[in-house]
Ligand binder design. Sequence first.
Ligand code: ADP
Ligand code: MG
Length: 378
Amino acid sequence: MAISFFKPKADAVENRPMIDLRSVNKFYKTAVGDYHALSDVDLQIDAGEFVSIIGKSGSGKTTLLNMITGIDRPTNGEVWVNGTGVHGLNENRMARWRGKNLGIVFQFFQLLPMISVIENIMLPMDFCRTYPMHERRKRAMDLLELVELADHAHKLPTALSGGQQQRVAIARALANDPPVVIADEPTGNLDSKTAESVFALFNDLVAKGKTIIIVTHDSGLAKRTHRTALIADGEIVNEYVAKAMPTLTHNQLLQASKSAKAHNYEAGAMILSEGTNAETFYIVTHGTVEVILPRPNQSDVVALQLGPGKVFGEMEFFHEKKHRASIRASESGAVEVLAISYDQLAELLEQSEVTREALQQMADKHNGENLSWRGVSS
Ligand code: ADP
Ligand code: MG
């Protein structure tokens, strides 16, 4: 496999997010030909973020995690974790690098059954020699205290309940104090009460500064992380599209993400002007835009500020197809918006009556507000 080993400049490394996937593709060879499991995946996660990955079974979640952990390699594209190009590491360096930089937690715990709980936790330290021999047992014990299982240190893993085994697995993931913890359906095999205690533990780790990625089927848990990445058919759905139209199905969201075009504006730049023809629906993805209403014989007024995940242009889609407000990037910083043409929006709403109703309600509300602002001014 030909992967060019790109060495970024020192400052590029410092500016890189903790996890940075660039145009990652993964093809699996199968009897019936290549299967495209990940398609042009771009994903950036900053240090200290708690990110959930959701998506249907078979959508590519585990494949994505395997790219980050180096358990498997992308067919092409780049994967950077904590400043290291994981796509360029050879097998020898990979295992040692992974041991120091990543803690990995699996759905079925995967503790070694023949050795005690505390020995399971010491194993990664022995492998990476991150701590002097005489400190390893003490550190393992401290980690067991952290997950509230110190009393069980000398038992075999099978003597513990599922939830307890998963907490041991988390303690083991922390053995070498990695900056990043990756967990594939860590609560998938646990009842909801036990799942809650495992989730609470992840929350504690985030508070201590770890970067955490969990794949989960539980949308309730996903909502409680900082950010959710939705994957459908091997592609990442734009998270702001998902936020703006939460009632679309995964595949409709993917369709919307694909039809959207990104536009960038400098701070303070005009995005569209009152009175012009409206033909596009917009979703804010970065920065803040201001909705500005002109008032006769008075200065313009900023009626609304819209941040990431908020939309504009929906009012004109349902009402008069002329802009009744100007939209400007706020002075506070650069803005990115996604543009979806009214034709494409109509096609989407055709497929989702609930989304149509939600957008229509928003449009009606904004229409009323727009009229009353104008009424106030006249
Ligand atoms: P998820 O974790 O979201 O359920 P996976 O990442 O495990 O999905 O799999 C994504 C798709 O890739 C599935 O259709 C799966 O069958 C396929 N796949 C996964 N691993 C392999 C492999 N080693 N060889 C061929 N196909 C695979
Ligand atoms: Mg999976």
